[in-house]
Write a protein that binds this ligand. Structure first.
Ligand SMILES: Cc1cc2nc3c(=O)[nH]c(=O)nc-3n(C[C@H](O)[C@H](O)[C@H](O)COP(=O)(O)O)c2cc1C
Length: 210
């Protein structure tokens, strides 16, 4: 996409880092949706991904001395994901990330970059949470949502919950739909993986490639 310079230029001088947020104040859904769209559309480098996560940052960030590094009560965060095999990964993430920071500022939202002071373990498992969220949004026959998920060591196993009428449509059909949602969400977080089909009641396991 073209850089929306006339929208972003005026906010360059307005943007300031904000470290403490009002826990009782949710971000308006239309602003979140606009930010999410920008995260998906602003992909200036093929291996850089921006992933909006609307859940508490409590488990993600850690602080250092004084107020620096401490982010309190932010209602959402964006994971900026680069491919560390690329020699220019750092600058690519900086460039792409600042686009979304300026878009957030244009939407009237406050932000703070954080690099270093987050828990890599929590962020590494982010794609799993986001992927399962996406799987739960999958359509299924008579909305029976017949899937279950087991999470282990960088993998998600989809299994089928037995019992209840089949309505002559295999529940594994629905599970296949959820599988695609899992993979799409993982890819959107920069995670590639592959599927291994399994014996019933398991359906298939998605394992992230190292
Ligand atoms: C890559 C990067 C990492 C940063 N990491 C942190 C951080 O971990 N904690 C924090 O409180 N501020 C962090 N900041 C915010 C900077 O301290 C801040 O941008 C700088 O002091 C300028 O202030 P301003 O953003 O209000 O203009 C970071 C900024 C950048 C660009």
């Amino acid at each position: 996409m073209d850089i929306p310079f006339s929208r972003w230029y005026p906010v360059i001088e307005k943007r300031r880092s904000r470290r403490h947020f009002d826990a009782s104040h949710a971000i308006e859904p239309d602003k979140l949706s606009a930010l999410d769209t920008m995260c998906k559309r602003f992909v200036p480098f093929p291996s850089t991904r921006l992933c909006l996560v609307t859940e508490s940052v409590r488990d993600v960030f850690k602080g250092i001395i004084g107020s620096y590094g401490k982010i309190k009560d932010a209602p959402a965060f964006i994971a900026f994901i680069g491919n560390m095999d690329s020699a220019s990964a750092q600058e690519e993430v900086g460039y792409a990330g600042e686009g979304v920071i300026l878009e957030a500022t244009a939407l009237g939202l406050n932000t703070c970059w954080v690099a270093g002071f987050f828990k890599p373990g929590s962020v590494a498992s982010l794609w799993i949470r986001v992927s399962i969220q996406a799987a739960r949004l999958a359509p299924s026959a008579v909305n029976r949502q017949p899937w279950g998920f087991d999470v282990q060591d960088g993998s998600i196993t989809v299994y089928v919950r037995t019992g209840g009428p089949e309505f002559s449509i295999s529940k594994r059909f629905d599970c296949g739909i959820a599988m695609l949602h899992i993979e799409v969400a993982a890819l959107n977080c920069g995670i590639r993986g592959n599927w291994q089909f399994l014996k019933a009641p398991q359906v298939a396991r998605f394992s992230a490639l190292a």
